[in-house]
Design a binder for this molecule. Structure first.
Ligand SMILES: Cc1cc2nc3c(=O)[nH]c(=O)nc-3n(C[C@H](O)[C@H](O)[C@H](O)COP(=O)(O)O)c2cc1C
Length: 397
């Protein structure tokens, strides 16, 4: 997503400047060319040298730098995206008035492409009508905003907006802004993720080793492409991706119910969860006591979620299944694709190193109804998610 992109990171003088260092670093690590532009106040908080070291590029701090005359205009023209983080009350006021009294405001006034601002200030400053008017004026000019959030401020706790959004959130909003116009924009995508848990008794469960990572990366990538994303997740240890609506479920029956409720609205359903196929037939209300003998727990099959819900799918929707197999994976997945009337099936082999459960990488093949198979070499789960979404987008009418 970020490789080869040119980003200007404008930094104005708020205490949240320290988080802009992380943002500069993340963008650079992700492959973007990052040019940092500081106001004079920002340079009081963080020295230009810090940003220069983090981005590997010279930092612009003044209109009057020797050898860099008109750099602000060139950057305004050339950047794929301008991010202003933090955007102080003062910076918003100056930009809203159309002032060009330093290098950052001059650049912003010359800018015609997308701008994303992350306001950050004392909560009372943000609540002022004047600040609200400035934000509204800039939004009317086409600026996009992320935050501010409710949360602790440098000066103490607060229950009103003022705190700058975290770098991860700014990055996700920036990616969504850059990808606007993607075929998934405005579509509803439902992703299932993680394991389910079936009770044996009040304290013990039957579950599996699914980490949820593949589904979470899919939900994140779909949101960044502009989709409205619902993530139906079994119990996992992962933070909800920015922007997605999370529905937490426990058992396969809960998962089935949630999918049945969400499917009628879904343009895309991606079933990346690993629901339990069997559950104890009669979970006990009391904890099984420990005994010396063997314990046999009668199990019964759970519902096949797709079979139980497919009738309510929206016309023209794309349904993607996952098949995790141990050996002969492609052949088994092809049978599943045909048996379940899926549009695409993503298959991986749990026995292959770097693929399957609980790792950050995956090696998959994407099979379609027309009999094509695309092998995706070992890549991060986020990269695999983007490849799967490319295949989904190609099928959307
Ligand atoms: C310690 C300290 C923290 C500050 N934090 C903020 C802040 O978070 N948000 C804000 O709008 N202004 C903050 N200010 C005030 C700005 O630095 C001041 O308005 C300055 O003129 C902003 O200039 P600039 O927008 O050109 O960077 C802070 C000032 C100080 C001294």
């Amino acid at each position: 997503m970020w490789a080869g992109r040119h980003v200007v990171l404008g930094v104005s003088g708020g205490i949240a400047c320290y988080k802009s260092c992380i943002l500069a670093r993340r963008l650079t690590e992700a492959g973007a060319r990052v040019d940092v532009v500081l106001t004079r106040a920002a340079a009081e908080f963080v020295r230009p040298l810090t940003f220069e070291a983090l981005t590997g590029r010279p930092v612009l701090t003044s209109l009057w730098e020797p050898d860099r005359a008109l750099a602000h205009v060139r950057l305004a023209d050339a950047a794929d995206l301008v991010i202003v983080a933090p955007a102080t009350a003062q910076l918003l006021a100056r930009a809203a008035q159309g002032l060009a009294d330093d290098v950052l405001t001059a650049l912003l006034l010359a800018r015609t492409g997308p701008v994303l601002a992350a306001p950050a200030m004392n909560d009372s400053m943000y609540a002022q009508e004047a600040t609200g008017r400035n934000v509204a004026a800039l939004a009317a000019r086409g600026w996009a905003f992320v935050g501010p959030e409710v949360g602790p401020l440098a000066e103490g706790p607060s229950d009103r907006p003022g705190r700058m959004s975290e770098p991860e959130s700014i990055l996700a909003h920036a990616a969504r802004l850059l990808r606007r116009g993607s075929p998934l924009a405005g579509r509803t995508v439902v992703v299932t993720a993680g394991p389910t848990r079936e009770p044996i008794d009040p304290v013990r469960v039957v579950t599996n080793r699914s980490s949820g990572k593949m589904g979470y990366r899919l939900a994140e990538a779909a949101w960044e492409r502009g989709a409205d994303v619902v993530l139906v997740s079994g119990p996992v240890n992962l933070a909800a991706p920015v922007g997605v609506r999370l529905r937490s479920v426990e058992t396969t029956e809960d998962l089935e119910k949630a999918v049945a409720e969400e499917l009628p609205q879904a343009d895309v359903l991606i079933m990346a969860a690993a629901p339990a196929d069997y559950r104890p037939s009669s979970p006990s209300d009391a904890k099984h006591p420990r005994t010396d003998g063997a314990l046999a727990i009668p199990m019964e099959p759970t519902a096949d979620i797709l079979r139980a819900t497919i009738a309510v799918r929206k016309r023209g929707s794309v349904i993607v299944g996952f098949a995790l197999e141990t050996g002969d994976a492609i052949h088994k997945a092809r049978t599943k694709l045909e048996g379940k009337a899926l549009d695409l099936i993503v298959v991986n082999d749990a026995l292959e190193p770097g693929a399957g459960f609980d790792v950050d990488t995956n090696r998959v093949a994407i099979l379609d109804r027309e009999g094509n198979a695309r092998v995706v070499p070992l890549a991060s789960k986020r990269e695999v998610a983007d490849t799967i979404l490319d295949a989904v987008e190609a099928r959307l009418g």
